[in-house]
Each structure stands twice: as structure tokens, then as C-alpha cells.
Design a protein around this ligand. Structure first.
Ligand code: SAM
Length: 334
């Protein structure tokens, strides 16, 4: 069977591919890389830009509509404008959306080039608006640089701009309403993410998760919210606007307390060429080995279709005996 649109064994259409460009990162977020940098893949194991372009074209021919470049910190990979422009060329073939998730550090001075290369929009991580908490959570004292990165993304019109904050008990839950205020004044989509068991120290505890519900309540107390009445589809977040009509938007991503696996449309490709069918997969499938073995295009398609059929029905975070994947977000590609 070849060249159908990608569907898994539960009938979910796969439309969204996240491509990690590198395992490396210049931040040391405690919920991702708490114990320094684990060994990164040797260069020869990483997919080259030509390989990423080749497999992206195949994925788009199989119905992938959204590609998000991520990492590690994707802007640490050299010349990312090159891969952006190669992937942007897939738009006439059916790609509808090309996005990038970044910590924002390298954006000042680079955002215009990303836009010119064909990037549609950007998501920037920002875990605190306070310099000391930002440093404590990310391991680097660069809040000002990230805020400048957000400004740069705005002037480059990499919109809609989404800002991601992972909310962790005892660190930044007291800033939830301040982030909502930031969304209003900056006119950005502020997305709050529940802390997931994907940290390399395996120190995640359920008590550290600030639930989507609590986040909603904390915002509602200061800025009443109205749910945005759209079909959620495969979107990760539930979306809200401000009742008083202020600019900006709120998104709440609650994979732990309100799992949304039933509508998942995502698969991931790691920087070393492994397909992961779930953030929490404990097995990976080497697309790199298949491509490098000299497989024909139809053999590669058959491989991808077979892997997608193995996509897990759901994650098991809330089940007794849950085992966290051995690779952290920085390796999986968030
Ligand atoms: N370096 C880029 C960045 O900072 O956005 C892209 C990669 S990062 C792994 C992607 C996203 O995953 C970030 O928003 C990060 O906060 C989130 N993330 C990492 N570990 C997480 C965890 N344990 N729980 C929830 N989100 C996590």
C-alpha cells in the first residue's frame, strides 16, 4: 500500500510533523535538562538538510499540512534559513503552515531573515517575566534578550506569535495572571503548558503540576475569560479570549490533567532521524537507516505508513506503572 494519506490504526489522520533540527540547546531549563547536557548525537547520525528536505517532501505528499521546526534549540543549527527555504518550497505541494519553536535568544537580528526564508510564524518559550525566576528556571540570565526576541518576531511579522510558558508549582504559578496581562499588552497568544514527565533527571512529581483548571481560575480572577467557540480539532490547546475585548489570547495545554490524545494528529522526527509517534513513546523507528540504506521512495512511504499504524492510542502518564521515555524533550523535539 503506498501514497494514501497518513492514518493510524485508530483512524486519526496525521497532518502535523515536528522536526527537531538539533539536540543542542543553550538553555538549561530544569524541567528539560536539569543535570547538564546529556551526550548529543554525533554529526554523522544527524539528518542532513538534504535528508530533511527529502523526507519532508515525502511527508507532505502523504498529507502533512503543518511542519514545526524545533529542538533542542533549532536556531543553534547552522544556517536554518537554508532548511526553512527548502521546506517552504513544499507549499504548492500542500504544506499550509511552517512554524518554528525557539527560546528566542537568537531572534534579535535574525527574525527578518527567517521571515524572508519562508517561515510563517513563531512560538517563543518564556517561563517567567521576573529576571531571577527566569534565570532559576532556564539556567541562563537572559530575560531581556528573549523579550527583545519577541519584539523582533513582531516587527518581522512572524505572526500569530505564540508564547509558551511551562507552569511548575513553586516556581512560576504566581505569575499566571501577569502572563495574561502580558498577552493583553503585547497582543500575543499566551499558552500555558502543564509540566510533563519529560525531564532528564526523572524528578517530575504530580504535585509539581499546576493543572489547566487552576491556571484558568488564576487568570479568570483578574481577567475574565470567554472560551473561543471553534472546533478544537487536533489543536493542543483550549483557547480563550478576554471578556473585556482586550487584545491577545490565552491557550491552555493540559496533557496531564485533560489528555487530548483522541484527536492527536502529530508525529515527530528527531534530529537523528527517528520517528516518534507520541511524546511518550518508549520506542522509536529509524527513518534515517531506511533512507540511508538506499530504499526507494515507495519503500520509504511503506515504512512511514507502517510506523504511523503503530501510533499509541494515548499516553499513559496517569496510569499506575507509567514509565517516562528515556529521552527528554530536548531530544524528542518539543
Ligand atoms: N528550544 C526551543 C524552546 O525553548 O522553545 C524548542 C524546544 S523546547 C523542548 C519546546 C517546548 O517544550 C518549550 O516550550 C519547553 O518549555 C517545552 N518543554 C520542555 N520540557 C517540558 C516538560 N517537561 N513539560 C512541559 N513542557 C516542556
Amino acid at each position: 500500500m503506498t501514497s494514501g494519506l497518513l492514518k493510524d490504526s485508530y483512524g486519526r489522520a496525521i497532518r502535523d510533523l515536528r522536526v527537531s533540527l538539533t539536540d543542542r540547546c543553550n538553555f538549561r531549563c530544569f524541567y528539560c535538562l536539569p543535570h547538564g547536557e546529556p551526550p548529543i548525537a554525533p554529526k554523522e547520525q544527524m539528518l542532513s538538510y538534504e535528508e530533511i528536505e527529502y523526507v519532508s517532501e515525502i511527508f507532505v505528499s502523504l498529507g502533512i499540512e503543518k511542519i514545526r521546526l524545533t529542538g533542542g534549540e533549532p536556531m543553534m543549527r547552522r544556517d536554518i534559513e537554508t532548511i526553512i527555504s527548502k521546506i517552504a518550497k513544499l507549499k504548492p505541494a500542500g504544506l499550509q503552515d511552517l512554524a518554528l519553536t525557539t527560546n528566542g535568544y537568537f531572534l534579535p537580528g535574525r527574525a527578518d531573515e527567517l521571515k524572508a526564508a519562508g517561515l510563517d510564524r513563531i512560538t517563543i518559550s518564556l517561563d517567567s517575566l521576573k529576571r531571577d525566576v527566569f534565570k532559576q528556571m532556564t539556567g541562563v540570565d537572559v530575560l531581556e534578550k528573549v523579550l527583545a526576541g519577541i519584539d523582533a518576531a513582531k516587527s518581522a511579522e512572524l505572526e500569530p506569535i505564540k508564547i509558551n510558558a511551562v507552569i511548575v508549582r513553586g516556581h512560576n504559578e504566581d505569575e499566571v495572571a501577569d502572563f495574561a496581562s502580558f498577552a493583553r499588552t503585547q497582543d500575543v497568544k499566551m499558552r500555558f503548558i502543564e509540566f510533563m514527565p519529560l525531564d532528564s533527571g526523572h524528578e517530575w512529581k504530580r504535585e509539581d503540576v499546576v493543572s489547566g483548571r487552576e491556571i484558568r481560575e488564576r487568570i479568570n480572577e483578574r481577567f475574565p475569560l470567554v472560551p473561543i467557540d471553534v472546533e478544537r480539532g487536533s489543536e493542543t490547546s483550549s483557547r480563550y479570549r478576554f471578556a473585556d475585548g482586550a487584545p491577545g489570547e490565552i491557550g491552555i495545554i493540559a496533557p496531564v490533567s485533560e489528555p487530548f490524545c483522541g484527536a492527536c494528529s502529530r508525529i515527530r522526527l528527531t534530529a537523528d532521524g527517528q520517528i516518534r509517534t507520541c511524546l511518550f513513546s518508549t520506542i522509536e523507528h529509524s527513518l534515517r537507516d531506511v533512507v540511508r540504506s538506499g530504499a526507494s521512495r515507495s519503500e520509504i512511504i511503506e515504512f512511514i505508513e507502517g510506523v504511523v499504524m503503530k501510533k499509541e492510542p494515548r499516553h499513559y502518564i496517569n496510569d499506575p506503572g507509567f514509565v517516562a521515555p528515556s529521552r527528554t524533550m530536548s531530544f524528542i523535539g518539543g
